[in-house]
Write a protein that binds this ligand. Structure first.
Ligand code: DAH
Length: 369
């Protein structure tokens, strides 16, 4: 056997025995790499005489081709085997149950807003909206907070930087500015309505985000309110009380909830009140409709004549009542969530626990699903 045929036999045997692609590559480098054994042989051709080269050339090139072909064949075989092994190992078992699917949940605040809206919609209220970024006029002045009046300090206001007109806008501290926007719209449309013989009362609710610089277990910098406003002729406190009592009974799904009105002060209502509901706090969490404690749930009152005038309405012709609920607090009360800050922390475990299914059966009290 010549040296070349021995080399070929040896290399072919090693290639055939290469256990994986890495081992095969090592053999390729050893034989065909820059300083590999076959490459070194090819380099010797240049130094041979033409006759020798004519004899040796084809043999050495033949050796190179044979080894290259063997490596390519082995590579193919190894890759096919690897793929077969992978296919066998990764076979999908269609009889297995599917992995659990992550379900989205409805945030309690949105659920509570839907429930509140459904109850008020049944009483003939429609929805109104206003901007989150308000001007001083709508958020304070028109609501009878005089400029520089200490009542403005009741709200820990987020002020925006001065704009080009030197005006500082605010993140609205309550939904009450939408009262002003709604009454201004009424005032605009009134002449044509009266001309057409229609004088619809205003009955609106305003759900929305509100902002104050405050954070503890019952306060977050962003929270939700639901404002209510009724404007009509001959409206009085009795209408207000009935409306809120109806709401409480339906929202808390108990037929009779005892309520009381406590005098209070808001610049934009006169008289002003807070309404409390009877509840039981003895067991740690609050149970509405039983017990002997009182819980404040809503601020309210008769719309102040100054506020009506600020919107161009004549207080001798028009009266109204207004109320403002803290939506998130109402949710904490009904669904037993202890800390308001958790509601906006964005923790999906919290949402899995306190959230609502988007596909639940209709609630018999609200008709909402
Ligand atoms: N805007 C009040 C607040 O954020 C809540 C409020 C009280 C709204 C009385 C009203 C009302 O409409 O009549 O503290």
């Amino acid at each position: 056997m010549t040296d070349l045929t021995r080399m070929e036999a040896e290399l072919s045997a090693r290639v055939a025995a290469a256990a994986d692609l890495a081992a095969l590559e090592a053999i390729r480098v050893e034989a065909l790499g820059k300083t590999g054994s076959i490459s070194e042989l090819l380099k010797t051709l240049g130094k041979l005489t033409p006759e020798e080269r004519r004899e040796q050339g084809p043999k050495i090139n033949g050796l190179r081709d044979a080894v290259q072909a063997a490596i390519a064949a082995r590579k193919d075989a190894l890759e096919t085997a690897a793929l077969d092994a992978k296919l066998a190992a990764e076979r999908v078992d269609l009889s297995l149950p599917p992995p659990p699917e992550r379900r989205g949940r409805v945030h309690p605040t949105m659920q509570v807003l839907d429930e509140m809206i459904a109850v008020f919609a049944d009483m003939g209220f429609s929805l109104a909206e206003g901007p989150d970024i308000e001007d001083d006029f709508h958020n304070f002045t028109a609501l009878n907070f005089p400029p520089k009046h200490p009542a403005r300090e009741m709200h820990d206001t987020f002020w925006l930087p001065e704009d080009e007109r030197g005006e500082r806008k605010v993140l609205r501290t309550h939904t009450s500015p939408v009262q002003i926007r709604t009454m201004q719209r009424l005032n605009e449309k009134l002449p044509s309505w009266i001309a057409n013989g229609q004088e619809p009362p205003i009955r609106v609710i305003v759900p929305g985000r509100t902002y104050r610089s405050d954070s503890d277990a019952t306060h977050t910098p962003m929270f939700h309110q639901l404002e209510g406003l009724v404007i009509d002729r001959d409206i009085h406190m009795g209408h207000l009380k009935w409306t809120l009592d109806q709401f409480i009974a339906r929202y808390f799904e108990t037929p009779m909830v005892e309520s009381r009105f406590r005098p209070h002060h808001f610049p934009f209502t006169e008289p002003s009140a807070e309404m409390d509901v009877k509840c039981d706090r003895s067991g740690g969490d609050v149970k509405i409709g039983q017990g002997n404690d009182w819980m404040e749930i809503v601020g309210c009152g008769m719309v102040h004549p100054n506020v009506l005038r600020n919107c161009g309405l004549d207080p001798d012709q028009w009266q109204g009542f207004a109320f403002g609920f803290g939506v998130d607090r109402l949710g904490m009360l009904k669904y037993g969530m202890p800390d308001l800050r958790d509601m906006f922390a964005g923790d999906t475990r919290w949402l899995d626990h306190y959230g609502f299914s988007a596909f639940q059966a209709p609630n018999p009290a609200t008709g909402l699903s």
